[in-house]
Design a protein around this ligand. Structure first.
Ligand SMILES: [Zn+2]
Length: 136
């Protein structure tokens, strides 16, 4: 499977970030802190492995909370999505026909029985995404 350079860069950034999970904590005045491994421990209260981001807003603005929540959940959402992309790319590569498309006068792909021009033949689109699929 061929990962695009951007996917590889995203994976490298995710792998280099502080391990998760990440959680949010609010100071009651408008600032949210994104913590690594935020948890409650008996006798110590709320503890974490450190603050990974600070988001300052206005008390009650809501947007700062949504931004902090997004940042905290990205720690686990990004690896999940990267794994899902890899799974779907492998599926597409396994299902795509490597035979080249050939088109009739309507622009329909006769090789794969695709009778539309938009979207184009899915086998041709898969071959564009994964050039190694093309029959040589
Ligand atoms: Zn086709």
């Amino acid at each position: 499977m061929t990962a695009t350079p951007r996917i590889e860069e995203i994976r490298a950034r995710a792998d280099a970030a502080t391990p998760g999970h990440w959680g949010t904590d609010y100071d009651g005045k408008g600032t949210y802190y994104v913590h690594a491994r935020l948890r409650t421990e008996r006798g110590a209260g709320m503890v974490s492995d450190g603050v990974v981001a600070t988001l300052q807003g206005e008390h009650g603005d809501g947007q700062t909370y949504r931004n902090a929540s997004f940042a905290a959940r990205a720690r686990e959402d990004v690896p999940f999505l990267l794994d899902r992309v890899a799974e779907l790319e492998a599926l597409v590569q396994g299902m795509a026909d490597p035979d080249p498309c050939w088109f009739d006068h309507h622009g329909y792909c006769q090789a794969h029985g695709w009778t539309a021009t938009s979207p184009a033949c899915p086998h041709g689109r898969a071959q564009s995404l994964f050039p190694e699929l093309k029959e040589s």
